[in-house]
Design a protein around this ligand. Structure first.
Ligand code: TRP
Length: 367
């Protein structure tokens, strides 16, 4: 969920593989348990580095990944239930309607990998429809929230191996869990990458293409990618969705400052900043900002940062893609359109994509 910040070299670093062997432990392997934490999977993501560098820029910005600590994940879960936040509601409807066709495309024994799984609520629609899914690998940056969210799943789906992965999915270069699950198994089951919630819109188009390319590499040639993308362009719908009257979204955005104060010994005055959502029709994105109400100086880890009145920290983008625009973006990353569904209000699309050089389907011959 990187927005205004370009990916730094560390984001692109290769992920050393460690601890993966722990998947296949004792015989009771079909229960949920932590595999490993964020550290071993890549160069350790650094909140400190991203905040200090982000605040030192002429246009202050912090990558949106950091919005999702435990409290942030809880607040986002609340946003999904807010009346004016239509994306979750509309996408859930689409998934409900599409589940059986998606399940048919996926086939039996699917391995479902979810990116930014959050509460894993939507996943249930998919798991319910699939023919004996083999494994569920939810990936989320909020380790505590992740484990709490999936704790009940093994008891609900007999035979489903649930393997939560606490990691920043934007940095994943390889997924050893997937390789191990499929090693030496004749009836392998298809890898179904589930990427709902319009999270793809939280990347710049360039970063989105880079991410989709990387997914194609680790998911393998017979993967199926299910992505939810919002195409809404009407500010009268967008602004209340990203700045709800009850202030849940404001609290979610401001929680970033609470987190900085706590984890990076800083002195942000929460009353001196306000949440703002803007729609930029040109770039077709909603921007989230934390706007300074007055001129002020803030200290973070002993470093001082000056704000003028009205100056903001850019904390998130939500790009809105038409069906065509999204399919073009996916094609640049080597994913071909297979199927798509859209909700009754023509806002949220669920795209089903296959790798260009895929081994399945009639169109899988292009390099
Ligand atoms: N993926 C969500 C979206 O783009 C994220 C989101 C919703 C969000 N509301 C937000 C992020 C408010 C920051 C602030 O819709």
């Amino acid at each position: 969920m990187h927005d205004a910040l370009a990916l730094t070299p560390s984001h692109a670093a290769r992920a050393p593989v460690r601890g993966a062997g722990r998947i296949f432990g004792p015989a009771r392997a079909r229960t949920t348990r932590p595999l490993h934490d964020i550290g071993p999977r890549s160069v350790a993501p650094s909140f400190e580095r991203d905040v200090l560098a982000g605040l030192a820029q002429p246009r202050k910005a912090i990558p949106s990944t950091w919005l999702y600590d435990r409290r942030g994940s809880e607040l986002f879960e609340q946003i999904t239930r807010v009346e004016s936040y239509y994306p979750t509601r509309n996408e859930t409807q689409v998934l409900q309607a599409a589940a059986h066709e998606i399940a048919e495309a996926a086939g039996p024994r699917a391995i479902v990998v979810e990116l930014g799984s959050g509460s894993s609520r939507k996943t249930r629609r998919l798991l319910d429809a699939l023919d004996t899914p083999q494994a569920y690998l939810p990936i989320d940056i909020s380790s505590q929230f992740l484990h709490a969210s999936v704790a009940a799943l093994p008891s609900l789906y007999a035979g489903l191996r649930v393997m939560p992965i606490a990691a920043d999915f934007t940095r994943i270069e390889s997924l050893p869990e997937l390789t191990l699950l499929r090693a030496g198994v004749a009836d392998r089951g298809r890898c179904v990458v589930f990427f709902p919630g319009s999270t793809i819109g939280n990347f710049t188009p360039e970063a989105a293409v880079a991410l989709l390319r990387r997914i194609r590499r680790w998911a393998g040639p017979d993967a199926l990618l299910i992505v939810g993308a919002d195409g809404t362009q009407d500010p009268a719908v967008l602004i209340p969705a990203y700045d709800d009257p009850g202030g849940v979204t404001a609290a979610f955005n401001l929680n970033l400052l609470v987190r900085i104060n706590r984890e990076l010994t800083a002195d942000f005055d929460l009353d001196a900043f306000r949440h703002e959502a803007r729609f930029d029709a040109q770039s077709r994105r909603v921007e989230m900002h934390l706007v300074s109400r007055r001129s002020q100086r803030v200290s973070v880890l002993g470093r001082r940062f000056d704000f003028s009145a009205g100056e903001s920290i850019h904390t998130e983008n939500a790009y809105k893609y038409s069906l065509h625009a999204f399919e073009q973006l996916a094609a640049r990353a080597g994913w071909l359109h297979a199927q798509r569904w859209i909700d009754g209000q023509a806002r949220i699309a669920v795209h089903v994509l296959e790798p260009v050089a895929g081994t399945r389907g009639p169109r899988g011959m292009v390099g």
